[in-house]
Ligand binder design. Structure first.
Ligand code: PGA
Length: 252
């Protein structure tokens, strides 16, 4: 696991976007696994800025998102469909038919999950998977205790995660109780994983992830990333504030 330290959330966005842009230039038909949440917002802003300024094209890029709430329509302002449209897709030249996000309103959620994994296979697998991390170590919506053998599946969200996400809703009761998420198995099948981490509230999770004596454990889903041989973490100073000895590659 390679760790790149950046100063703050803004620089994190710049560094992540730089890596994604260079990846797309080398692989114009790349399958990008995308994430939602506060963390990737600055990255998406930088991708948009670059698209406008330098014309980096997404016309052949395919995307698969990590997760979606169960029960929210595509146009619900808190759905991940809506988030992705507003934060990225409507500002770049990606083709609608190349955008894939689980359907949280599917009549048969089990079928939807199976179809999503098949779709990823049909696309040839994920080339670059963007990830965030929850305070409890979740990746996607794979909460502590999740099997590492799961493909895309439906999960009950923990109270901690619902509380963390309640800031986007009017109140906690409105936060859905379930979500569809790529499983850890799905995530680990990606060829390259880029984990973005920002802020002091993630410092404990980072100290656990980067602890030299770390254990791979179901209690801490992000620890599964140690089973993958091509993971880069970009984290800011606050997120790394509880990590004492790691290999850091300072950015100028
Ligand atoms: P955040 O969410 O980027 O909003 O902190 C990350 C996550 O919970 O996976």
């Amino acid at each position: 696991m390679k760790v790149i330290q950046v100063k703050n959330h803004h620089d994190l966005g710049k560094k992540a976007a730089e890596m994604i842009i260079s990846f797309i230039k080398k692989n114009p038909k790349a399958v990008l696994g995308l994430a939602t949440g506060s963390t990737p917002k600055t990255t998406y802003k930088e991708l948009i800025r670059d698209h406008i300024k330098n014309g980096t094209s997404y016309r052949q890029v395919r995307t698969v998102n990590l997760d979606e709430y169960v029960g929210l329509s595509e146009n619900h302002p808190n759905s991940y469909h809506f988030f992705m449209r507003e934060e990225l897709f409507k500002h770049i030249d990606i083709l609608q038919e190349n955008i894939h996000i689980p359907n949280g309103l599917a009549e048969n959620i089990g079928d939807e999950c199976r179809k999503y994994d098949q779709l990823i296979q049909t696309l040839g697998g994920v080339d670059l998977q963007l990830l965030g991390i929850g305070r409890n170590g979740h990746i996607g919506f794979n909460e502590p205790g999740t099997s590492f053998e799961n493909g895309t599946h439906v999960v009950d969200l923990t109270l901690d995660t619902r509380k963390a996400n309640a800031r986007f809703f009017t109140n906690l009761d409105e936060v859905p109780t379930q979500a569809i998420t790529m499983g850890i198995k799905t995530i680990l099948e990606s060829r390259f994983i880029l984990l973005l981490v920002s802020g002091r509230e993630k410092a404990e999770a980072m100290s656990r992830l980067l602890n030299p004596n770390h254990k791979v454990s179901h209690d801490f889903p992000a620890s599964s990333l140690h089973l993958h041989d091509n993971v880069t973490v970009i984290a800011d100073t606050d997120a790394l504030s509880m990590v004492y000895s790691i290999e850091r590659r300072a950015l100028s």
